[in-house]
Design a protein around this ligand. Structure first.
Ligand SMILES: O=P(O)(O)O[C@H]1[C@H](O)[C@@H](O)[C@H](O)[C@@H](O)[C@@H]1O
Ligand SMILES: [Mg+2]
Length: 317
C-alpha cells in the first residue's frame, strides 16, 4: 500500500497543537484572569515564547534534531532566518491573537503548518478558547474537529461578510490606507465587515463558510500558512494582491500621477486595476476567499502599502 506521506507528522501536529492550546488556556487562568484587566493589558506575556519552545521541542523530540527546519514567529523575532527551503519545514505561530489573549478576547489560535519542497503539505489551526481544531492535508479536504468544512457558495458581494484586521502598526499613513480600504469595501456595500483579531482564525471562518473572504496587508507567513491549506482544501482561493495592471494608458494622467501621486480621479483616468496574483506566502499580502469573483471584487478596493517580505535578507544592524 502506498505510504501515506506526512500522515505521522500531521497527526503529531494535531496533538501538539492541542497540547499547546492547553498551555495557553492554563496561562490565561493563571496569568490573565487573576489580575485586574488594566494590569494584564500591560502584561508582556511570555506565553508566546514558552508555547513556541514547547511546540518546537516536541517536534524535535519526535522527529529528531536537524531533520526538519523551523520558521517560528518568536524565533524569527529573535533573529532566526525566515527562509523557506526545499527541506521539510514547520511554520509556526504559537499564539495567533496575542492581543486578544491578554485581553481575554475569546479568539486565540495555535497555527502549525508543514511545507516540503516549498509546497504546503498540511495546516492545523487550534482555536483553543473555542476548543475547535481546524485541519487540512493537501488533497484530502478540510475539517473542523471531525466535520468536513467547505467555503460559502455566495457569489454576490452584497450578500458577503468580509473579514480583515488592522494589524499592530499605528503609523498614520498605514492606518489611513487600511481604513480607507475598509470603508470602500463596506460601502460596496457588503453585508458586514468583521475581524476576530487572528488571521489564522479568520481564514478558518472563510473555510467553514461563516464569512466569504479574509484579506490583510502586512500579515506574516506564520499567521497564514496553516490557514492557507485549510481554505484551499475547503474549496476556497488564495491570491496575492500583487499590484496594478494598466488597462489603458493615458500619458497625461501618467505624468500627473508621477507628479502628484495617484488620486481616485486619476486612478480612473489611468484605468488602473489592481489584480490578484498567485499566492505568495512570504509577500506580506493575502486575500483568501470562497471564490474568485468575490476575491477579485474586494481586491479592486485594496490600497496596498509596502511591507518588507518575510524572506527579505536580514539587514545587518
Ligand atoms: O500580534 P497579535 O496580537 O497576535 O495580532 C496579530 C495577529 O497575530 C494576526 O494574525 C492578525 O491578523 C494581525 O492583524 C494582528 O495584529
Ligand atoms: Mg499571529
Amino acid at each position: 500500500m502506498a505510504e501515506d506521506l506526512w500522515k505521522k507528522e500531521y497527526d503529531f501536529a494535531v496533538a501538539v497543537a492541542r497540547k499547546a492550546g492547553a498551555v495557553i488556556r492554563e496561562a490565561g487562568e493563571k496569568e490573565i484572569k487573576v489580575c485586574t484587566k488594566s494590569s494584564t493589558v500591560d502584561l508582556v506575556t511570555k506565553t508566546d515564547e514558552r508555547v513556541e519552545k514547547i511546540i518546537i521541542g516536541s517536534l524535535k523530540e519526535e522527529f529528531g534534531e536537524g531533520t526538519h527546519c523551523f520558521i517560528g514567529e518568536e524565533s524569527v523575532a529573535k533573529g532566526e532566518p525566515c527562509i523557506l527551503t526545499d527541506k521539510p519545514t514547520w511554520i509556526i505561530d504559537p499564539v495567533d491573537g496575542t492581543t486578544n489573549f491578554v485581553h481575554g478576547f475569546p479568539f486565540v489560535a495555535v497555527s502549525i503548518a508543514f511545507a516540503v519542497n516549498k509546497e504546503l503539505e498540511f495546516g492545523v489551526v487550534y482555536s483553543c478558547l473555542e476548543d475547535k481544531m481546524y485541519k487540512a492535508r493537501r488533497g484530502k479536504g478540510a475539517f473542523c474537529d471531525d466535520d468536513r468544512i467547505t467555503v460559502s457558495d455566495v457569489e454576490e458581494i452584497k450578500k458577503s461578510i468580509i473579514i480583515s484586521e488592522h494589524g499592530t502598526d499605528r503609523s498614520p499613513e498605514k492606518v489611513k490606507k487600511i481604513f480607507s480600504t475598509m470603508q470602500k469595501i463596506l460601502c460596496i456595500p457588503v453585508h458586514g465587515l468583521r475581524g476576530s483579531g487572528t488571521a489564522a482564525t479568520n481564514m478558518c471562518l472563510v473555510a467553514c463558510g461563516a464569512v466569504e473572504a479574509f484579506f490583510e496587508i502586512g500579515i506574516h507567513c506564520w499567521d497564514i500558512a496553516a490557514g492557507a491549506v485549510i481554505v484551499k482544501e475547503a474549496g476556497g482561493i488564495l491570491l496575492d494582491v500583487d499590484g496594478m495592471s494598466i488597462r489603458s494608458v493615458n500619458c497625461v494622467a501618467i505624468n500627473q500621477a508621477l507628479c502628484f501621486g495617484e488620486t481616485p480621479l486619476l486612478k480612473n483616468r489611468l484605468c488602473l486595476t489592481i489584480q490578484g496574483g498567485p499566492f505568495d506566502l512570504m509577500s506580506r499580502r493575502m486575500v483568501s476567499a470562497n471564490n474568485k469573483k468575490i476575491a477579485d471584487r474586494i481586491i479592486k478596493e485594496i490600497e496596498i502599502f509596502p511591507a518588507e517580505r518575510d524572506d527579505a535578507p536580514i539587514q545587518k544592524k
